[in-house]
Design a protein around this ligand. Structure first.
Ligand code: RB5
Length: 152
């Protein structure tokens, strides 16, 4: 898979830890930055990663900031993106299995690097269950998106 990744100054150290996991699993990394210690704005990094995933230029996207919250909010504004904010292993597995999430957000100020790496490993390695009930719910999520796209 091609995995796009981005971070703000609050998640930049964790980005390097997660890149190591992506490569270890044999996937290609598309790193949009930042590579900074100065303060930057998380939407500026969430948008290019989310757009790459939405356009099919990347198969999955991972975003890191201080909490993961700003990144997940911004990514989920892009039509077609299902970005999960995850800080535990159960959710990492469940959000692929049930929600077919195509993006993952984590917060460097919330989880340690070891847990974050394991979350990324599980999230990248878990397939969507294709369960009928889950697919029906995702169709409904998509309908919400379509309703607001067509009225704006
Ligand atoms: C930056 O200080 C911080 O607000 C950002 O990394 C993130 O946590 C926002 O949600």
């Amino acid at each position: 898979m091609k995995v796009a990744i981005g971070a703000d100054h609050g998640g930049v150290r964790l980005k390097n830890d997660i890149i190591a996991v992506i490569q270890e699993l044999g996937h290609e990394v598309i790193d949009v930055g930042c590579n900074c210690s100065d303060s930057v704005d998380y939407p500026d990094y969430a948008l290019p990663v989310a757009e790459m995933v939405a356009k099919g230029e990347a198969d999955r996207g991972i975003l890191l900031c201080g909490t993961g919250i700003g990144m997940s909010i911004a990514a989920n504004k892009v039509p077609g993106i299902r970005c999960a904010l995850v800080h535990d292993l159960f959710s990492a597995q469940a959000t692929r299995d049930h929600n077919d999430t195509n993006m993952l957000a984590m917060g460097e100020r919330v989880v340690g690097p070891g847990l974050a790496q394991e979350i990324a490993r599980v999230w990248l390695s878990t397939e969507f269950s294709q369960g009928e009930r889950h697919m029906g719910r995702l169709r409904k999520v998509s309908e919400i998106e379509q309703k607001y796209i067509s009225t704006t």
